[in-house]
Ligand binder design. Sequence first.
Ligand SMILES: [Zn+2]
Ligand SMILES: [Zn+2]
Length: 616
Amino acid sequence: MKEMSPLEKVRHSSAHVLAAAVLRLYPDTQLDIGPPTESGFYYDFDTDMAFTPEVLEEIETEMKKIIKENQRFERIEVSREEAKQIISDMGQKQYKLGRLNDIPDEETISFYRNGEFHDLCAGAHVSYTKKIKAFKLLHVAGSYHRGNSNNKQLQRIYGTAFQSKDDLKDHLERIEEAKKRDHRNIGREMGLFHIDEMVGQGLVLWKPNGAIIRQELEKFITSELTKQGYSQVYTPHIGKLDLFRTSGHFPYYQESQYPPIIQRECLAELAEEGFSSTQLENKLDKGELDGHLLRPMNCPMHISIYKSEKRSYRDLPIKLAEFGTVYRWEQSGELNGMTRVRGFTQDDAHLFLREDQLQDEIQGCLGLVKLVFSTLGMNEYRVRVSLRDPDSDKYVGDTEGWNKAEAALKQAVRTLGVEYEEELGEAAFYGPKIDFVVKDVIGREWQLGTVQVDYNLPERFDISYAGTDNKNHRPVMIHRAPFGSMERFCGLLIEHFAGNFPTWLAPEQVRILPMNDDLLSFAEECSQAFLKHEIRVSIDRQSAKLGAKIRRAENEKIPHMIIIGKREAEEGKVSIRSRNNPDLDGTCDLQDCMNQIEAEIKSKALPKKRTATPTE
Ligand SMILES: [Zn+2]
Ligand SMILES: [Zn+2]
């Protein structure tokens, strides 16, 4: 077992103190296990009583008492029989006996004791409970015993602990900030997306405001692709099973796919012949039965387009791009708003290349990812280059090709001017790849943007081009997606900006606030002028005080407010109050105001921070 770090010891010890406190308060509780986690610890409990926030507080108070008692953590090594006795004396047979059975015969069985509490545990722990200087219980979640949904659901109390009060405080602030930025809440408040159980779990409905953000992102990337010589294609969301058998996606990844679609007549016939469901599945796997599959990947479709014509070395590179929707069967417990879904759209493209074109094209792909990140203010990221394990023979393609591809990847990454790490043995069996891991504003890491070289699919689909020698040659493929998935990327953007999008992405860019109803006609005039410039605008027509209108626009995170008073209207002027660009604040001509906002949109400027908060 890996040795625990000092911080892990503090966290794991906190889990024991938590269990001890729960047993003091609720002696009938059955304990399961309580390990440290990446950011804290948890313990699983079986009790009929609900751990409400009030109860958590009570438990925390009891934990503080135990810490103050400064109990010593003591390791006791015992025989299997003695272990059973201790568990039975503690009244903890329900789960602990099973956990004891998990320990192989050759391993030492140990308990850790603090005060009256014993826990079956390999360790390690801090020496005394007072070493736990900063902890906090966070929340409760349901968790199946051994992660199996056929077992009973237990209550898992999550907590965290740090070596100092300051570290704990920082961590709790980050959690608060993450909650405020939660894309599921902001998405609801801003009308960005909706997930409807009737439609299906993990299937995202983009509402009008969310659709605007997605369209702007798509426009942005499409215009870059045009500059780089890509061609846009459209392909169906569904294809024959044989297509995905050829690509190798079926049946090998079938547990992460929606089940195949088989014709009703075909199923009825098989049922009549008395086939069992296992036999049916066998027939499917062996390719004796055809049907359709919701596509788990876009690649086979694009390869089919490549294959539809004879290609020569002069035609290459061929770069086919599509916002292609794919479907994956994620476990329902894994689903999360827009960031873990079952249907998502990749900003996908497949490049078909000669080997001598590889490096330039990889460089182009990396440049695109870098542009996306810098445009959206994601300036902190790491780059990971995954290479093959030179001692393994699991890779397809010849060694010479791999050497070239890896050299090309490394050379291309160097031109990025960012630090990168090489990871041997992390390449896919079909080719090396580059991944971008982005750090968001509150320090969480997201894996986005991949560029993968592929020797396998060209082989499987037997695609070729005629070379200068008039013979057939095998092209190399690149798969790449700078955003990754539109759903996940938008989810991340919502949290990254906390809903305060740059003006070019904001669903509503300008809100016009007339001071009273007499000014509505001038407001209307302004609105028409903005619309002509394709600036998304609305008028607040409610008869409320200006202060209330401003607050509403602020809550809805509108980048620019245009306030119209009597004097301004007479002079054809407007007064701007800008969330995204405080430098604009003030009174100016309508035309000036429009030009400035238009320039901000065109340049895709990021929101500027206010130096001081405005006072109402
Ligand atoms: Zn322990
Ligand atoms: Zn692909």
